[in-house]
Design a protein around this ligand. Structure first.
Ligand code: ADE
Length: 337
């Protein structure tokens, strides 16, 4: 399981609560998105209207949920949190929507996992704040229309391509892509988190964690906590660079932030498929990972760091991947020059 995997998130809840930035000033990075959202919020507030619906997308762990909470805080609005897979039936959505109050924010995580029937009910709810419910079946079926209070939907997804275009087009407040953070931003996030958690950490350790955190705040915060555990067991009250290195090595996180599964994926592309191209389905079968997990969790960072390229014929390991694993690039089949 990857450090960014959503399966980890349950354990992370309390951590997220304490470390979650409570104001724009505390939120580090994503500067352009922040600027846009601040304007959107101020303008809507001046008009006395709720903000328009927003869509956040990007790899896991970059702060989509955090942003939604921050916006609610700025607006003094209540936020109701749910997720695509949690809304199974039309009735689930109807119940969520009819329980909203004016000005509420509805946050739907993993929006790409909403089923099509639910999406279709969502369209009129977003566009004209009306909920069309069909009662009964066959010739006696009739539709009743409920009016909903003014509310804002904030949806988040790691896979924007899976959202239907009618749904995508209804986020009139904008669609925002969160990108990986810079190393400098991650260092600032680690320093801030350490302060909140009462952890003493030196600059060397901060830099080492930042380098191996996949430019992802959730990973950085988790690694910081693992270093704290290690320091505590070693009876040390300062996390030094040396201690951070030992912790990260124990976790099998290498100097560029790859975990064992990342390396296994690269190894499979190289050893089993001559460096690629290999289709996602085949790669998933060869590594015993789920296709979705490879695509949503591992691949974004492998591509961003230049280890994997996506081509129309499949995934390809780059020269950098060969070199990183100590393999000879000349071994590869002829696809990449
Ligand atoms: N913790 C998680 N994400 C953060 C961010 N962007 N800024 C500050 N702290 C964070």
């Amino acid at each position: 399981m990857a450090l960014t995997d959503t399966k980890f998130r349950e354990d992370d809840r309390s951590l997220d609560q304490t470390l979650r930035p409570k104001s724009w000033d505390e939120y580090i990075g994503q500067e352009l998105i922040k600027k846009n959202l601040k304007i959107l919020i101020q303008a809507a507030q001046e008009r006395g209207e709720p903000i328009e619906h927003l869509l956040f997308y990007g790899p896991p762990g970059l702060g989509k949920t955090t942003l939604a909470h921050l916006i609610s805080r700025e607006l003094n609005a209540q936020v109701k949190v749910t997720s695509g897979p949690a809304i199974e039936k039309v009735g689930d959505l109807a119940s969520i929507l009819t329980n909203l109050s004016a000005g509420d924010i509805l946050f739907i995580d993993e929006a790409h996992r909403l089923n099509k029937l639910i999406e279709e009910i969502l369209y009129p709810a977003l566009e004209s704040r009306s909920l069309d419910i069909v009662i009964g079946k066959g010739p006696s079926a009739r539709t009743i229309q409920l009016e909903l209070p003014p509310f804002t939907l904030i949806a988040a997804t790691t896979r924007i391509a899976l959202l239907s275009s009618p749904l995508r087009s209804r986020f009139s407040g904008g669609t925002y892509r969160l990108d990986f953070y810079t190393e400098d931003e991650i260092r600032k996030i680690i320093t801030r988190s350490a302060k909140i958690l009462g952890i003493d950490i030196d600059e060397g350790a901060t830099a080492e964690i930042a380098k191996r955190s996949r430019f992802t705040p959730r990973v950085a915060n988790r690694l910081l906590k693992r270093c704290r555990d290690f320091a505590q067991v070693e009876k040390s009250n300062l996390i030094t660079g040396d201690l951070a290195l030992k912790t990260l090595d124990l976790l099998e996180i290498d100097p560029v932030g790859l975990e064992s599964t990342d390396r296994m994926i690269l190894e499979a592309i190289i050893s089993k498929f001559g460096g690629g191209p290999v289709g996602l389905q085949t790669l998933a079968a060869a590594t015993s990972e789920e296709k979705e997990t490879i695509e949503e969790v591992y691949e974004p960072y492998l591509m961003r760091s230049g280890f994997v390229e996506r081509t129309p014929r499949g995934r390809v390991a780059t020269r950098r991947a060969y070199e990183h694993l100590g393999r000879n690039f000349a071994e590869q089949s002829t696809f990449l020059a």
